[in-house]
Design a protein around this ligand. Sequence first.
Ligand code: GDG
Length: 745
Amino acid sequence: MNPSTGRLVVISYRLPFHVEEGALKQNSGGLVSAMLSYAKGKGDGSTSVCKESKILWLGVSDDSAEDLANADRNDDQDCFDLVPIHLDEEQQQSFYEGFCNNLIWPLFHYFTHLAEFSADDYNEYKSANALIATLVSKHLKPGDRIWIHDYHFLLLPKMLRERFSELEIGFFLHIPFPSYEIFRLLPRSWRNELLLGMLGSDLLGFHTFDYIQHFSQCVIRMVGGQATGSWLTTEEGSTRIEAFPIGIDAHAFAQDRFSADVEKEKEVVLEAIDNRALIFSVDRLDYTKGLSARLVAIEKFFLKYPEWKNKVVFNMVVVPSRDTISSYREMKLEIEANVGRINGLMGTLDWRPVVYQYRHLKREEMIALYSLSNVALITPLRDGMNLVAKEFVASQPPEDPGVLILSEMAGTAAELREALTINPNDNDEIADTLKIALEMPLKDKKALWTKLQDRVHSYDVFAWASDFLHSLSISANIRKGKRTTPLIDKEIKTIQESYVASTKRALLLDYDGTLVPFHRDPEKAVPSPQVHEILSRLCADPKNEIAIVSGRNRSFLERWFGDLHLHLVAEHGASQRLIGEEWEDIWDESDDWKIPFREIMFAFVQRCPGTFIENKRASLVWHYRNADPLFGGKIAKKLMESLNGALDKPDEFCVLDGNHIVEVRPKLVDKGNAALRVFKEFKHPFILAIGDDRTDEDLFSVLPENAYGVKVGKGSTQAKYKLRDPSEVVRLLEYLAAPQGNWII
Ligand code: GDG
């Protein structure tokens, strides 16, 4: 795809609008508010993203595409082209209610006892993601940038990547990413697919550094990923992982405080609280929000500090959600029982300690309550971020700001450091903190709030979205650079034409994993007659100079290729047989040099279960592929330090870290040096080198600029090109040996 339009395509579970009486109406939710604010721009027009092209938004909706397109809309709403996703009842039940709401939501919020593991739901989740991938594909234009939101679409990035390798794909997770210990509760195949699904993105955004750590750990432990700075690399490629704590349109909240509608609502509130202090909370009905525990803490507060009776009102607003589900109905009943008990126990004729409302508030009601509250009591048991905390801060009057009490389990707590943080399970702490907040001197309140509102204004929703999208472009570019894609027809043709046109050609071929597939028993991984025949045809061409550069020993190479007119390099370069010459040892020292290194490695084998030492003729290798990946990786660094410390001849030997190995070996022995010894200065106008593993990277690294380096299989490489497997290598060689053949991948 060519980056021409740069149109933003957003995919979220719900569309931001629905049609009501022929007009577009905004749906509720943090993401919707955030994206709408972002699309609108700051009001000065400078950042309005839809000036150049409208944002295409795909999400589930009950409305038809026609109704959405024909509905009346204001200028802000006109920023969007809306594509509804229609799910049938079964998909809705199994994909959304089942997998998303009954498994991912509770699990990612650490409510493991509520997680329901159903294979049918997972299959439906996969189907729904695939269906959406197909729908999105139909609407994509060259140059589009995709921004996928949230846990409903964890598989979608990879599904889209497989269809459009050049597409810019960003993914943002709005809920927590749980620790490895929680995530590993998912069945192995599901969790691996979910991780690799997310890793189809160029950029993965989370709210906090903690979530990044959790995700990275899972990728390293479960799918063999490797972390380098902000990048995670797996066999599928590299993805940048960054924290973008979502913001709000702080300016709008600060301004709307003065609107006539808000003023009217304020009067209603002021009359109701009748000169008392006000504690406020607003949450969707959900077990993650800690609603009953909050009420118990309020009760504790009045019991512990009775002097506050009749002086403060706790207004608890709970927004209806999923209350047709029995567990939610029970939760609601429990909240109501708590409210009834507290009011019954402590209330008086003219004072209700808790004013409970089970309803959706109008925006002006929300802002009125935010701005009049002395304390916001935000105590979720777990929350990805929590925008209410930020909205409260943004709505405060600077001359007498309120105090934010915030659960340390909310993502916001990592960012709003001046909030009074509490543990939501600790009633005493909440009660004591309420007292501190209500009695805080004005000077202290101002000092805390000033810093909070600085943060809320400086990293607002515009900063959040632009930061993410900016980083997406950069990440996509870097990822493209890191990626090598399988050779395509055009490139094969170029290689073939260059081969035909050249009078001198060098071909360097690895053996295992390149000319033949791996076999459990290495002795059985022998070249097929076809490979032998193609090689002999290539060798017969006087323009060709061919070398097999392998880790195998000389007797193996001699047995299978001894009759061919080519160079043989055995044991990564420890010995070689040049065309027309005898075998010679490049490295024939005794093994004494290994003694101190073996001792050190042995100590590490004992410390790190699953590791072992391989004694090669010219090197010593410590393998940790079967160890705990994180522990193995840490120990490997220490081992490198120790081995380097013991290196008394750094000119002759070196310590190298490879793919789950640490190796000490003579500098003379590697495939790069071997290739240089065999081919001298690489003056050939055509050079082709093919290999599949880390040892072949040494070879790729010495190739001149004009050479064709080809890596076989997945994984990062210095080679410019890739082929999928040995069968494709054989076909490429066949194509070169008989250029009239066709190349069909
Ligand atoms: C996910 C994550 C993360 C709420 N009640 C009313 C109302 N709201 C608005 C608030 C706020 C939003 O809904 C709720 O904020 P959350 O942060 O809880 O957002 P969610 O979308 O529910 O949740 C969460 C968030 O995504 C963003 O990444 O912070 O952790 O779970 O904007 O103002 N608005 C109105 N009346 C209400 O009664 N008008």
